[in-house]
Design a protein around this ligand. Structure first.
Ligand code: EAX
Length: 322
């Protein structure tokens, strides 16, 4: 046999072997709300590369952006996509037990929030997802939300009075802003920038990570470090997608999700640390002196209502968590 023929034969024998993994590959589609270069994009891409690596390429994970979170959850529910990384904004409309984590001033800091979500308390809420046709895989995060607007500096609740503030489609948040004297206007994130540009709303509230990744400084002049509510995110998947995984692959899936969680949280911490300076550099007026006690006092009627409408015992366990 000539060398050329031998090489051709070797190539012919090797070719099917080389293509076998690709043929056996199962594709998983994950959508997330924010740009690739954000805490959410980093979470999704970390999940993708981790799960592909852990399964030696038997799975291919495609990460896509979709800034309508309600739409992503509906798509996961009907199975047109496999998973989403979403804020809890609209999730309470699907799994009402999640609303407990949307209560303002519930978490003292990131350590408190992450600790509670990773504890039995967070697991118990994830366990409520299957009854709603969804699988809650793991808690990730958006971070503590801050107020921005185009009208004035906000130092206390009186400064908020009469401002039209876009909120997420979340009844806990809407109640909070009504109680504070603002005019909450719920809408999907996809509608936010046009609404701010057109002046349909005066302001919005989001963690620094979101404000920086989406250049909201271009449409908002003032930011106040209210940190008025912690904003969790959650990885939600379609039950059939998860059900099709072998037991061993399900463990790898969970491991990939944990790697995504670590990358996401590290990025939120980094964004928070650098954010005030970065947004000032971009020309925003950032107010760091906030009368937090005044905001908490103004919310008293809403807190009393949530004691009745949400799970009061769990709220207490969360507040007492050390
Ligand atoms: O999940 O809708 C929102 O304000 C969310 O914080 C954002 O889309 C990131």
């Amino acid at each position: 046999m000539t060398l050329t023929r031998r090489l051709a034969l070797a190539a012919a024998l090797a070719a099917p072997l080389a293509t076998t993994p690709a043929l056996a590959q199962t594709q998983i589609t994950v959508q997330h709300a924010l740009p690739a270069n954000s805490h959410t994009g980093v979470g999704a891409s970390t999940f993708a590369s981790a799960f592909e690596r852990l399964t030696n390429g038997r799975y291919k994970v495609v990460a896509q952006r979709n800034d309508n979170e309600r739409e992503m959850i509906e798509s996961v529910q009907i199975g047109t996509i496999d998973c989403t990384f979403t804020s809890t904004g609209p999730v309470g409309n699907f799994v009402p037990e999640v609303r407990i984590f949307d209560v303002p001033f519930l978490f003292r800091d990131a350590t408190h929030a992450r600790g509670v979500l990773d504890s039995e308390i967070g697991q118990q809420v994830l366990a409520r997802f299957p009854a709603r046709g969804l699988v809650g895989v793991i808690w990730i995060e958006n971070g503590f939300r801050n107020m921005t607007n185009s009208r004035r500096e906000i130092h206390n609740p009186a400064d908020l009075r009469g401002l039209k503030i876009r909120t997420m489609e979340n009844q806990v948040h809407m109640r909070a802003f009504t109680t504070l004297g603002a005019l909450p206007t719920p809408m999907a994130f996809s509608e936010l920038v046009p609404a701010l540009q057109q002046g349909t709303v005066d302001g919005q509230e989001n963690p620094i990570s979101v404000i920086v990744a989406n250049n909201l400084n271009q449409v908002q002049r003032y930011m106040t470090m209210t940190r008025h509510v912690y904003s969790p995110q959650v990885m939600i998947c379609n039950p059939q997608t998860v059900g099709r995984l072998s037991q061993a692959d399900r463990a790898l899936f969970q491991q990939a999700a944990r790697e995504a969680q670590a990358a996401n949280r590290a990025r939120v911490t980094a964004d928070d640390d650098a954010g005030v300076e970065e947004l000032r550099r971009r020309g925003m007026t950032v107010v760091t002196e906030v009368d937090t006690a005044a905001f908490q006092a103004a919310l008293a009627p809403a807190f009393a209502e949530w004691e009745r409408t949400l799970d009061a015992a769990t709220l207490r366990r969360i507040r007492d968590w050390r």
